[in-house]
Design a protein around this ligand. Structure first.
Ligand code: NAP
Length: 269
C-alpha cells in the first residue's frame, strides 16, 4: 500500500482526500499539508487524516499530490527540492504547469504525472486527463490513474493536448453551469417560480447527462429523438442556430485553449 500526501488541501485537494477515503483508503495511508493550522485542524477533525509539514510529507509519502494554486508553486518547489526522496512520484493537479517545470526544479530523474481534473471531483464525478513526464514509467501512470479513478473518470493524453483538455473538461463545468443559469432565467421569463425552473432544468441536465453517458448514442441521435416535425423543440433549435450558439461554443473553447497556452508560457523558463 502506498502513502499519499496531498500538498495543499484546498477545494480540489480536499475533494481528492474525501474521494480516496470514500473509495476505501485508510486515513492512516493519507497525509496532507496546509498553510494555516486552523484549516489543518478542521480537516483532521473531518477526515481523521494527519496534517503535516512538507518535509514530513516528503519523508513519509510515496506519492506527493501537488494541489496548490499555480501561483503558489515556486516556494513549494524550493521546499520540496531540499527534501524529496528518490523515487517519490509527483502527481501535479496544477492547471497549466508543465511536467518539465517539476523536472527542472526537483532532483534529477523525478517521476511526474500531470493531471487536469475538474471540480465535479467534489461529488466523485471528476473528468481527469493524465500525462506522464520524462521519467514517468507505466507503473507511475497506473498509480496516478488508480488514485484518480476513485473520484471520477480518467483518460491518458499526450502532454501537448493538456491545453485542449483544460479548455474542454477543465473549464467545461462552467459552460454547463452557464447554460443552466440561462435556462433558469428563461423559465422565469415564462412565469415559473425560480425554484421550480431550477428543479426542471437541473433534473433535465442530470437525466440528459446520464443518457449521454449510458446509452452509447451520439448526441445528434438523442437530440433528434426529441425533435419532432413542426414541434416545439425544432422551433427552439432554429433560434439557437440563428443566434450562432454552436459557433459561440466552439470559439469560446478555442479562446480558453489559447489562454491556457499563454498561462503555460509563464513557466517555460
Ligand atoms: N478548482 C478547479 O476548478 C480546478 C480544476 C482543475 C485543476 N485545478 C488545480 O487544482 C489546484 C488547486 O486548486 P483549488 O481550486 O483547490 O485551489 P485552493 O482552494 O486555493 O487550494 C489550494 C490550497 O493550497 C494551500 N497552499 C498553498 N501553498 C501551500 C504550501 N506551500 N503548502 C501547503 N499548502 C499550501 C492553500 O492555502 P491558502 O488558502 O492559505 O492559500 C489552499 O488551501 C490548482 O493548481 C488548480 O489549477 C483546479
Amino acid at each position: 500500500m502506498t502513502t499519499t500526501a496531498v500538498l495543499g488541501a484546498g477545494k480540489i485537494g480536499e475533494a481528492l482526500l474525501s474521494g480516496l477515503l470514500q473509495s476505501g483508503r485508510s486515513p492512516d495511508d493519507l497525509l496532507f499539508t496546509e498553510r494555516y493550522p486552523e484549516r489543518s485542524a478542521e480537516l483532521t477533525k473531518r477526515y481523521g487524516v494527519r496534517g503535516v509539514d512538507v518535509p514530513t510529507a516528503a519523508g513519509l509519502a510515496d506519492v506527493l499530490v501537488v494541489a496548490v494554486k499555480p501561483q503558489d508553486i515556486e516556494p513549494l518547489l524550493d521546499e520540496l527540492a531540499a527534501v524529496l526522496r528518490p523515487g517519490t512520484l509527483i502527481v501535479s493537479l496544477c492547471a497549466g504547469l508543465p511536467t518539465a517545470l517539476f523536472e527542472r526544479r526537483l532532483p534529477e530523474g523525478v517521476p511526474v504525472v500531470r493531471v487536469m481534473p475538474n471540480t465535479p471531483m467534489v461529488v466523485g464525478e471528476a473528468m481527469s486527463a493524465i500525462s506522464g513526464g520524462r521519467h514517468a514509467r507505466p507503473e507511475h501512470l497506473a498509480l496516478a490513474e488508480a488514485m484518480l479513478a476513485a473520484v471520477g473518470k480518467v483518460v491518458r493524453v499526450p502532454e501537448a493536448q493538456q491545453d485542449a483538455v483544460t479548455a474542454l473538461s477543465g473549464s467545461g463545468p462552467a459552460y454547463f453551469f452557464f447554460l443552466v443559469e440561462a435556462m433558469i432565467d428563461a423559465g422565469i421569463l415564462l412565469g415559473l417560480p425560480r425554484a421550480v425552473a431550477a428543479d426542471l432544468i437541473i433534473q433535465s441536465a442530470v437525466g440528459s447527462a446520464a443518457m449521454l453517458r449510458d446509452s452509447g448514442e451520439h448526441p445528434v441521435a438523442l437530440r433528434e429523438a426529441v425533435t419532432s416535425p413542426a414541434g416545439t423543440t425544432i422551433s427552439a433549435i432554429v433560434e439557437l442556430e440563428k443566434h450562432g450558439v454552436r459557433a459561440a461554443l466552439i470559439a469560446a473553447i478555442e479562446a480558453a485553449r489559447d489562454r491556457s497556452v499563454q498561462l503555460g508560457k509563464a513557466h517555460e523558463k
